[in-house]
Ligand binder design. Structure first.
Ligand code: FAD
Length: 576
């Protein structure tokens, strides 16, 4: 195997990975490994904005932002981390601005801000304009700005290197194994610290806004090494995916005044969230859409509703929402200035992930013990600032705030520690996995298992869940895992063998689906994005706690519980 040595290795070149890179001092030797060319990271698809209480248009305050985030999280978010993030937000925005990010501007030159779901002023009184944006291409601008800064810093990029295993020894992480996609060769990256920033896993579900690459790799390779995954039962379904494709129409469209209507032309959110209506948090809006559909008020009695932007006028749509209105024209041949857009909930964001503290250090048990040298940030991590439901625009903020903190802490750690020796079996697990897949001659294809998995996760583990459906899903999922042992690929070459890597990604998706499903079966209450038809109420007495899911090879996973950091904001009923 090819060997490399670095002080810090960052896995993933999206917003989280590149924010970490920006925080690492020049004296340290850094490598960034990414299975995609950096610009193709999903951060580039983020549309609506990034939140910070700048108060450019009206009074705002980081504590209101923190309050909204805690309430949005259905009180499962850790309040210390949330307050940290919201306090750091204004500086994080100015830092991006100084790095060259072209934000949309107000007439007076200040950064433009718009309303987003669940963001309010005066402790929930009415919506506030808090989302800073670059038209509806905010993530694209963040990604390009940070990538340019990383090049300026002379970072070593290993593009199209797919990490397939982390190397751990005595409770510390000392590197990773990656496959170079163009040659199929395996490379060992030996390092003092590793920062995982590999994004989410929306591709486990049939309908999703997520890119093809979001297959939960980083989470799964931790899970396989005995590191738990936290709060995996909480998956966000964004209310406005284009019907039937699932491509996202940003919440910014409702922020600019768009409204949801049913087959009777009623603005139905007035009934579900009387005060903030269409700008209620995503879990509430997604459930409301399904309630309308269940009651027969879907458009043409089908499983979608309308997002009406026609009253906003062509000028506003062109200036503030050019990309998403373009999607409606391109994919559905609909002109949003003249006719409403058909939408339905689409799998969007993982609230759960690799547990970390506020410095990005990976936590391995309920007492907060850490895996030395291992860090995680961005969507693959769970700090947890989003709890049971993330507010729109808080993910991009999470990436830049906690990406930076992970980069800073990993640097301090790497400066004061030596390269530890690699264990003798480094890379053994991934090597035997890849060989097994290559040598299988008879069995199902990757896509066959993947399609079935995506269907059962969508059918039984999406916006509404119940015991009966999830039990069925669990038995089907374990059958798929058995089938996967025999998965075969027809391409046995080494050159860009995407079929082989798709098999690896499928193994990751089966792992994270297992954690999600079993977490959802375990949690017998409804909180945030996790809605159980058989347990419709939130139950703080028994369930105001985080779940940590541990893989048990060949058996169902086991769980431990971790306390929620409460403190400043009292746990209350969540009413909008
Ligand atoms: C359509 C869409 C719109 C969104 N809009 C917004 C918004 O307006 N505001 C907001 O706050 N949030 C938004 N989000 C959410 C937000 O964009 C994401 O949560 C965030 O960008 C994730 O960033 P990340 O850096 O964690 O991961 P990503 O940007 O997904 O990057 C992951 C990186 O990891 C690499 N990688 C993955 N696996 C491997 C592996 N095995 N080996 C090597 N490299 C690997 C990839 O190559 C990639 O570089 C949106 C999400 C979507 C899908």
């Amino acid at each position: 195997m090819n060997k490399h040595q670095y002080d810090v290795i960052v896995i993933g070149a999206g917003g989280a990975g590149l924010s970490a890179v920006a925080a690492i001092p020049k004296g340290l030797k850094v490598a960034v490994l990414s299975k995609l060319f950096p610009f193709r990271s999903h951060t580039g698809a983020a549309q609506g904005g990034i939140s910070a209480a700048l108060g450019n248009l009206e009074e705002d305050n980081p504590l209101w932002h923190a309050y909204d985030t805690v309430k949005g999280s259905d009180y499962l978010g850790d309040q210390d981390a949330i307050i940290q993030m919201c306090n750091d937000a204004p500086d994080a925005i100015f830092d991006l601005e100084r790095k060259g990010l072209p934000f949309s501007r107000l007439g007076n030159g200040k950064i433009s801000q718009r309303p987003f779901g669940g963001h309010t002023k005066n402790w929930g009184e009415s919506p506030v304009r808090r989302a800073c944006h670059s038209a509806d291409r905010t993530g694209h601008m963040i990604l390009h700005t940070l990538y340019q800064q990383a090049l300026r810093r002379e970072t070593n990029f290993f593009d199209e290197f797919q990490v397939v295993e982390i190397i751990t020894k005595d409770n510390s992480c000392c590197g990773v194994v990656a496959v170079k996609l163009s040659t199929g060769e395996r490379h060992v990256f030996h390092s003092k610290s590793v920062i995982l920033a590999t994004g989410g896993y929306g591709r486990c579900f049939k309908v999703t806004s997520n890119a093809l690459s979001l297959t939960g790799d980083g989470m799964a390779i931790c899970y396989q090494k005995g590191i738990p995954l936290q709060d995996m039962e909480f998956v966000q379904f964004h209310p406005t995916g284009l019907h039937p494709l699932g491509i996202l129409i940003t919440e910014g469209a409702r922020g600019e005044g768009g409204i949801l209507v049913n087959s009777r032309g009623e603005r139905f959110m007035e009934r579900y969230a009387p005060s903030i209506k269409d700008l209620a948090p995503r879990d509430i809006v997604s459930r409301s859409i399904y309630e309308e559909i269940k009651a027969g008020r879907g458009i043409d009695a089908k499983d979608f509703v309308h997002l009406d932007l026609t009253h906003l006028g062509r000028k506003l749509l062109d200036e503030k929402l050019p990309d998403v209105t373009g999607f409606a024209r391109t994919y559905l041949n609909i002109e949003p200035a003249d006719e409403p857009i058909p939408v339905k909930p689409t799998t969007h964001y993982a609230m759960g992930g690799i547990p970390t503290d506020v410095d990005g250090r990976v936590i391995i048990d309920p007492d907060g013990s850490i895996m030395h040298g291992l860090y995680a940030s961005g969507e693959c991590a769970c700090v947890s600032v989003h709890g049971a439901n993330r507010l729109g625009t808080n993910s991009l903020l999470d990436l830049v705030v906690f990406g930076k903190r992970a980069g800073q802490h990993a640097s301090i750690y790497s400066e004061s520690s030596k390269l530890s020796e690699l264990p003798s079996d480094a890379g053994y697990d991934s090597e035997s996995f890849l060989q097994q897949v290559r040598s299988n001659t008879r069995g199902p294809k990757v896509y066959e298992i993947r399609e079935k998995m995506q269907e059962i996760m969508m059918d039984y583990c999406s916006v509404f869940r119940n015991e009966e459906g999830m039990k069925k899903c669990a038995s089907l999922l374990s059958e798929l895992r058995e089938d996967f042992q025999k998965v075969t690929i027809s391409d046995k070459s080494n050159f860009y063998n995407y079929e082989m890597m798709a098999a690896f990604e499928l193994s990751c998706m089966l792992d994270v689906s297992e954690a999600t499903l079993h977490g959802a079966m375990l949690r017998k209450e409804s909180r945030g994005a996790h809605s159980r038809e058989d347990y419709p109420d939130r139950n703080d007495q028994d369930w105001l706690k985080h779940t940590l899911c541990y893989q048990e090879k060949g058996n169902d996973p086991t769980f431990k519980f971790k306390n929620v950091n409460l403190g400043k904001f009292e746990v209350k009923a969540r009413v909008y």
